[in-house]
Each structure stands twice: as structure tokens, then as C-alpha cells.
Design a protein. Structure first.
Length: 434
């Protein structure tokens, strides 16, 4: 089966096949084609009944086996889907649709190499088979082989210029490859071809969000939700956009809706928790992180986020306990060490803070905040040259070291008085507002 965008055309086709079957009850092809139409309108069980009837009437009907495999795949019955595709291929080894359908199932099962092999065979059998290129492009994109993905989507578009999802997915590949203008151009074309597809607006919203064009992102997520009111990912990402825009209450509202739609997904609990922290509502944040951890005890982000919330509350030991757990789950996550370093710094354990900042830099040499934090830690130990070196590195990386310092201290004089030290003039100058 091949997806199309015109729902009404399938409903008209069903009526036509109904008449054909009434006139010729043994016409296997009519059952097959009506099954395709049912499959594309979401009436999966009816589709299976029609393919069963077609096969009953025409025992070696390879196309009907292939199509039944396609709808079994939609039901999530992958074993039956592959079995039907295998039968179709045995009956008709040169049927590209059967390889294409089997490739889709392999992809869903995570057997990516076998999926690519099937798509490639389908293309070899029929070089004009647009869906073979389209589906192979999706797999290449998931493997981060962006140029290959773009090439396949482009070929699919050449063969079938009305294929909106090929423009959409080429846009996704361009966006992943950092070519945002080309991505936006493809999304515009996809919307022109299929203006009622929520996914296209959602994906364009993601590109706008990544570019910092937050208002446009919110507009697209809102359109996606209008078209598909249960679109959990659109609510979640609109929440991200609202948070980025400083509209924290609206962000929380969207995360709450995401949770309502996907109560077992840890991501919106983490996101809502982060928003609560930004509002200073630490207990509500911790409650959300607790839920995320209950849902998935290996959710590293939830432990890190809960650690940050405890740290902000001044419960440093609980914060460090959470960061420790996170480092065991993901030993190479630089941000965790940086956050634990900040907490050790708040506790006054400066040497341990420096160890964590050093580990952060080892894992992520371009982590500007870690240099800034370590530079400030060196000040406590009167290691002036090391402090100046780290602060200079952070500044050269684009970090606003003055703003960072002034989150903790009103001025260099405030730092000196609190820690009973005298900063060298050159370092004091680096950290003083102009």
C-alpha cells in the first residue's frame, strides 16, 4: 500500500469497489483495491478482510499478500507482516512493493541494514518507484547520513512531485544538516501540497525553534495542535518555545497537557520541572522529577534536574547524591559534573568543585561555563594565574564572565569581603562592570 493525502478520494473509491463487487462477487482485484482504500482510511480490520477474500479467490495473488502485510504492519503485527511479504516475494520475485513493505517492517524492528537492502532491491526492480527512494531516505536520515537521505528524497520528488511527505522529510534532513533555509523552503512546499498535515507544521516549528525564531515556532506548533488536538509532541515543544520566550506559565500549561496525553513519558515531567525551578517552585519541580524517576529509574536527566533543584533549595547533600547517581548512569555526561561542581562550590568544598570542573572540561573542551566556574573557584584558593587563564578562556569562548560572576556576588568588593581576600587588579578589572 502507498499512502496518499486525499482522504475523500479513497472514500469515493470504496463506493466504486462496492458496486464492482456487487456485480462481480468473485472479482479478486476489486477486493484487493478496496482493501487498499480501507487501509488508507484507517479501517484496518476491513482491509484485512478484503485481502483475505482476494487471496481466497486468487490463491497466488502476490499483490494481495504484500498489501495484507502492509496492514498487518499498521496493526503492529510485524511477524505476520514479514510472513506475508515473504509469500508475495516467493510468488512474484520482481514485485517492488513487497520488498518496500518488508523494508518498512524491518525498519520498525530496528533491522536497518535489512531495510536498506529491501528498499534498494525495490529500486533496482523499478527505478521509477518513488516510495522506495522515499523510505530509504528516511532510514538514511535516522542513520545521520544526511547527504544520502537528501539525494533519495530528491529522487522521490523528481519521480512524484506531488509527494508532500518527501518534501517534508527532505526538509527534516536539511534541518538536521544545518541547512535551515533549504529546510524551510521544503516545508513551505509540503504545506502547499498538503495544508492539513500536522507533522509538517510541527517539523517546521522545530526548525524555527532551533533558529531562535520562537514566535514563528509557537505559531506552527499551534497550527499542528489545531489540526491534531492530541499531538503530545507539539504541546511539549510549544512549551519549550514558551519557556525560551520567558512565558513560563504558558510553558507549564503545555507540559501539563503533554503529561495528560502521555502520562508515562518522562520528558514532559522533566521539562515541567525545569520550568518550575525557573519560577522558584522547587518542591513542585522535585515532585515532577520524582515521578519521572518512578517511571524510569535510569532517567539520567531526571536525577540531574532533581540535583539542580535540591542545590537551588540549599539541600546540597541531596543534590550531590543525585548527581552521583547520574554519573554512574552516564559517566561521560559533562553537564552533570559541572552541576555537581557548582554544588560543591556552594558547600565550600572548592577542591572537589575544581575536580568536577576539570572532568567537565576533559569531556567537553568547549564547555565555556566550566572554565568560568573553575576560574572563579581558583579565586577562592588565590591561584591567580590559573584563575586568570580559565576566565580568559571562557571569555574568548563567548561566555559573559562578568554576568556569571555577578550572579553570585554584587561586586568584586563583595567577593573580597566575603572571602577575606584581595583580588589582583587585573582580575578585578576582568570581573567589573564597565
Amino acid at each position: 500500500m502507498q499512502a496518499q493525502t486525499d482522504q475523500a478520494s479513497y472514500e469515493i473509491a470504496i463506493q466504486q469497489y462496492n458496486r464492482a463487487i456487487k456485480e462481480l462477487p468473485t472479482f479478486a482485484q476489486a477486493y484487493n483495491y478496496r482493501g487498499i482504500a480501507y487501509g488508507n482510511t484507517g479501517e484496518i480490520d476491513r482491509a484485512i478482510e478484503d485481502f483475505n477474500k482476494a487471496i481466497q479467490l486468487k490463491e497466488n495473488y502476490a499483490e494481495a499478500y504484500s498489501n495484507r502485510g502492509g496492514v498487518y504492519r499498521l496493526k503492529g503485527d510485524y511477524d505476520r507482516a514479514i510472513k506475508d511479504c515473504n509469500t508475495a516475494i516467493r510468488l512474484e520475485p520482481n514485485l517492488p512493493e513487497a520488498y518496500n513493505n518488508r523494508g518498512i517492517v524491518y525498519k520498525l524492528k530496528g533491522e536497518i541494514d535489512r531495510a536498506i537492502e529491501d528498499y534498494s532491491i525495490a529500486i533496482e526492480l523499478d527505478p521509477s518507484f518513488a516510495y522506495g527512494y522515499y523510505n530509504r531516505g528516511i532510514v538514511y536520515h535516522e542513520r545521520d547520513e544526511f547527504d544520502r537521505a537528501i539525494s533519495d528524497f530528491t529522487k522521490a520528488i523528481e519521480l512524484k512531485p506531488s509527494l508532500a511527505q518527501a518534501y517534508e522529510n527532505r526538509g527534516n534532513a536539511y534541518s538536521s544538516n544545518g541547512k535551515q533555509d533549504l529546510a524551510l523552503s521544503d516545508y513551505r512546499k509540503a504545506i502547499e501540497l498538503n495544508p492539513n498535515c500536522a507533522d509538517i507544521y510541527y517539523n517546521r516549528g522545530n526548525t524555527y525553534n532551533d533558529e531562535g525564531r520562537v514566535d514563528l515556532a509557537i505559531k506552527d506548533y499551534t497550527k499542528a495542535i489545531e489540526l491534531q488536538p492530541d499531538y503530545a509532541k507539539a504541546y511539549n515543544n510549544r512549551g519549550r518555545a514558551y519557556k525560551k520566550n520567558g512565558q513560563i506559565d504558558l510553558a507549564i500549561k503545555d507540559y501539563t497537557m503533554t503529561i495528560k496525553l502521555k502520562p508515562n513519558d518522562t520528558l514532559p515531567y522533566n521539562n515541567r520541572g525545569v520550568a518550575y525551578v525557573e519560577k522558584g517552585e522547587f518542591d513542585l519541580a522535585i515532585e515532577d522529577y520524582n515521578t519521572a524517576i518512578k517511571l524510569n529509574s535510569n532517567d539520567t536527566d531526571a536525577y540531574v534536574n532533581r540535583g539542580v533543584a535540591y542545590s537551588e533549595k540549599g539541600e546540597f547533600d541531596l543534590a550531590i547524591e543525585n548527581f552521583d547517581t547520574a554519573t554512574k548512569l552516564k559517566p561521560d555526561e559533562a553537564d552533570t559534573y559541572n552541576n555537581r561542581g557548582v554544588t560543591y562550590g556552594k558547600k565550600g568544598e572548592i577542591e572537589r568543585a575544581i575536580e568536577d570542573y576539570t572532568k567537565t572540561i576533559e569531556l567537553a573542551p568547549d564547555f565555556a561555563s566550566a572554565y568560568s566556574n573553575r576560574g572563579e573557584a581558583w579565586l577562592h584558593l588565590k591561584e591567580w594565574q590559573k584563575a586568570k587563564s580559565d576566565l580568559t578562556t571562557a571569555k574568548n569562548m563567548g561566555k559573559n564572565i562578568i554576568a556569571s560572576f555577578h550572579k553570585d556576588y554584587e561586586s568584586t568588593t563583595d567577593f573580597e569581603q566575603k572571602h577575606n581576600v584581595q583580588l589582583p587588579e587585573d582580575i578585578a578589572s576582568m570581573l567589573t562592570l564597565p
